[in-house]
Design a protein around this ligand. Structure first.
Ligand code: PEP
Ligand code: MN
Length: 355
């Protein structure tokens, strides 16, 4: 896939490209007040949910199409471009009719290939940028599949939004970042712009700044942040919305490192890393060969594969060893668990082989 710019010509592509606005459009006054606040901070793209996907019925499900003229007014009075979420064909037609500039597909829609295909069909032949949020479940292929459906419909102005992945265990994050997934997306499609949505990942105001910084350090192109003129009274996602002033404060504190500067020193250090990785892999391959030999031994002597005391002892003394070398104990334990699991898999193969 070869993507084209999602940005109108008068917006420069300097990182971070910021999209901001309320989770939901609630009233014309709330939309206008928030939009004026956001525009006064120099932000060029305004978001607002018009149709809201809610987990359970009975909550605030968005104002619906009657909010679209409010966004028209935002565009006219502030000059900002407007973006809304679409989840079906009707939403697409309504949004296009209202002159919305950018569409996004929400996380509960991108999980469903039928719904994405319907949206792609409705957009066939229309030149509008579309941003695709990751599906709620951590499935990179499904995310890519949604992008491909749109691309095949002729939508080449595409972007991705990383909004985290649903989890039962909501300790720190509302949605787990699982950064390796957007990183892999970037590796597979280097010219696809990726936005981070720290509001939905964190679920709380305090996490917006650190998550935005992490996204910038990982070379994301942009941020989509929920901002409301009166966050505490928001009808949806109140705990993760911030005022335009706080938004501006957070954006000003971001440190943007230029990813294109490769110095001589860095090149040399990278060579060393490449060399060390190669050695690590060689050692790992050797370790697996030995594990398989142990597997053969266990099979011949009719011994079980898993010997728990030995495993606990390995975990314990290796993580102490790692700690003495300034390695994070949890990291060492996790790594050994993975290696151990692979050894077990290898030994199982040997056990099940015919003599
Ligand atoms: C939103 O952006 O308000 C939204 C509903 O997000 P998500 O699809 O990421 O849950
Ligand atoms: Mn929201």
């Amino acid at each position: 896939m070869k993507f084209e710019s999602i940005l109108p010509p008068d917006i420069d592509a300097q990182r971070p490209i910021v999209i901001a606005g309320p989770c939901s459009a609630e009233t014309e006054e709330q939309v206008m007040e928030t939009a004026k606040g956001i525009a006064s901070k120099g932000i060029k793209i305004f978001r607002a949910g018009i149709w809201k996907p809610r987990t359970k019925p009975g909550g605030f499900e968005g104002v619906g199409a009657k909010g679209l003229p409010w966004l028209k007014r935002v565009k006219k009075e502030t000059g900002m471009y407007t973006a809304v979420e679409v989840a079906n064909k009707d939403h697409v037609f309504e949004a296009l009719k209202a002159g919305i500039d950018i569409l996004w597909i929400g996380a509960r829609t991108s999980v469903n290939p039928f719904a994405v295909q319907d949206i792609a069909d409705a957009l066939h032949g229309i030149d509008i940028p579309v941003l695709v949020k990751n599906p709620v479940n951590p499935d990179l292929e499904l995310w890519i599949g949604a992008l491909q459906r749109l691309y095949a419909a002729g939508i080449h102005r595409l972007g991705a939004i990383h909004r985290g992945f649903s989890t039962y265990d909501k300790k720190i994050y509302r949605n787990l970042p699982l950064w390796h997934i957007p990183i892999e997306l970037r590796r597979r499609f280097p010219n696809l712009p990726i936005f981070c949505d720290p509001s939905h990942i964190g679920g709380k105001r305090e996490l917006i700044a650190p998550l935005s910084q992490q996204a910038m350090d990982l070379s994301f192109d942009g941020l989509i942040i929920e901002s409301h003129c009166n966050p505490d009274c928001a009808l949806s996602d109140a705990s993760q919305q911030i005022t335009p002033d706080v938004l501006d404060y957070i954006l000003n504190l971001l440190i943007i490192r230029d990813s294109n500067q490769t110095t001589e020193n860095l090149t040399e250090l990278r060579r060393q890393i490449d060399y060390i990785d190669e050695q690590m892999l060689e050692l790992l391959a050797k370790r697996m060969r030995i594990s398989r030999e142990i597997g053969v031994y266990k099979k011949e002597h009719n011994m079980p594969i898993l010997q728990s005391p030995r495993y606990s002892q390995i975990l314990e003394n290796r993580s102490n060893m790692g700690a003495q070398m300034d390695l994070n104990t949890d990291f060492v334990k996790e790594m050994l668990k993975e290696i151990h699991e692979e050894s077990i898999r290898q030994q199982m193969i040997i056990m099940n082989e015919e003599k």
